[in-house]
Ligand binder design. Structure first.
Ligand code: SAM
Length: 408
């Protein structure tokens, strides 16, 4: 079981082992390798509010990762009649100089035996301790028979996850939006949860919001639009620039901005390429805010932010920045009055503190939409953005929320 159990919720693990037992011969072995507690990736998860339960996390793409302690693993298998014959921790420091990443990876590797038979006596074929590599790279046993007729298909991603082998650190995601194919270069999956920056990948909320903008260009048509925390993808900005009068994509992270620049250059052609301006904007940073005000002193009529409200400490600076940059012009039409549109994954955000920060900076929640919520009135402003009975096409995960704010 190589990186199998960690993808499942801990409650389901006993059932998996019961099924494994059904196909194991008495005294048969389970060879196990998976993530260990204390792995750098786990530490990064802990700081990104992606925890589901103890040692269990959800990645940005919705897949799960459990981190095993020796005690948990031993008793999990023991309870199902599988005894640990060998158990060890594999540690490796993986370095990526280009991205200035040093990753201390930890995996647990074990051999369990199904001790069902009373007549069991360890055979000479049983694995010895020396077969387990518990410090550095796995090295093939010098005197081992070469394995014949056996092909190991190890994808690049797996090589990093399982053994810390370094591979290409970016990958391309292809998305079709409003008849245009967009190709976004992001940090490869295997690096995403080990990297400090959250801006080097594409989040579900950005996909939803970009799809909404592609279908409803009137949201931004002829307006001055700013995106907060665009990350490297910037797909909302790339769609909005087709109809907006001014489009500014921003982020506080320089690495994300570099990749964003590459993505914009490779996807847009003039005049949109020249119309989309990329600016560094760290929320609350006086110089950054002034630099943006200097290029547009009338303020923005639409400000968009997808998955930007998950860090509690950053919520107040986010609203204060939005307050400074949003236009104060009001219109009799609700959908023509300047708006701040935020989209997030429900479980990642503390909504009461979001609303209190909003009201502190003079923002009123005008409309709110949550997938699957019974309060979604069909005549509400946000609901009108979706084609009737056709939500699924746009919403890849089940917990997306959109909040529409205007100034009081
Ligand atoms: C979860 S990512 C979302 C990226 C993108 N909006 C998406 O949905 O794919 C959050 C983004 O907010 C940016 N961010 C976080 N805190 C920030 C701050 N204080 N100032 C500016 N940007 C910030 C991060 O750099 C990152 O790009």
């Amino acid at each position: 079981m190589i990186f199998v159990l960690s993808a499942l919720s801990p409650e389901k693990m006993p059932l998996v082992l019961q099924n494994i037992k059904k196909v194991l011969k008495p005294n048969g072995y389970v060879l196990f390798r998976d993530y260990a507690v204390g792995d750098l990736a786990q530490e990064r998860f802990s700081t990104k509010d992606q925890q589901i339960s103890e040692n269990f996390y959800v990645r940005g793409d919705g897949t799960r990762a459990f981190y095993f302690s020796n005690e948990f693993l031993t008793s999990l298998f023991k309870e199902q009649g599988l005894d640990a014959e060998e158990l060890g921790l594999c540690c490796k420091q993986v370095e990526n100089r280009a991205r200035e990443l040093v990753m201390n990876r930890r995996w647990v590797q074990a051999v369990f035996r199904y001790s069902d038979s009373v007549n069991y006596s360890p055979s000479s074929e049983a694995l010895s301790k020396s077969d387990l590599c518990c410090q550095e790279n796995i090295k093939p046993k010098a005197d081992a028979e070469p394995i014949k007729d056996f092909v190991v298909d190890m994808s690049e991603g797996m090589a990093v996850e399982m053994f810390g082998a370094l591979t290409n650190d970016t990958e391309v995601i292809e998305i079709e939006l409003g008849g245009c194919d967009i190709k976004i270069k992001v940090l490869s999956k295997e690096y995403q949860h080990t990297c400090k920056s959250t801006g080097l990948m594409l989040w579900e909320s950005a996909r939803l919001m970009a799809a909404i903008l592609a279908r409803n260009p009137s949201i931004v048509a002829g307006k001055r639009v700013l995106e907060l925390g665009s990350g490297c993808g910037g797909i909302c900005s790339m769609v909005a620039v087709r109809s907006a009068s001014i489009m500014v994509a921003t982020d506080g992270d320089r690495t994300a901005l570099e990749l964003l620049n590459q993505n914009i250059i490779s996807n847009l052609r003039p005049p949109f390429l020249t119309k989309l301006v990329i600016k560094k904007l760290e929320w609350g940073n006086r110089d950054d805010i002034d630099a943006i005000k200097a290029m547009n002193n009338e303020g923005f009529e639409v400000i968009i932010g997808t998955d930007v409200t998950y860090i509690p400490d950053a919520i107040l600076p986010l609203f204060s920045t939005a307050r400074e940059l949003i236009s104060s012009n009001k219109s009799a039409e609700k959908d023509q009055t300047p708006a701040l549109i935020l989209c997030h994954i429900f479980r990642r955000v503390d909504e009461p503190s979001l609303l209190s920060a909003a009201s502190r900076y003079g923002f009123r929640l005008v409309d709110k939409w949550a997938k699957g919520s019974p309060n979604n009135e069909s005549q509400s402003l946000i609901s009108s953005w979706f084609p009737e009975n056709n939500f699924e096409e746009h919403i890849p995960t089940s917990a997306l929320n959109i909040m529409y704010f205007q100034l009081d």
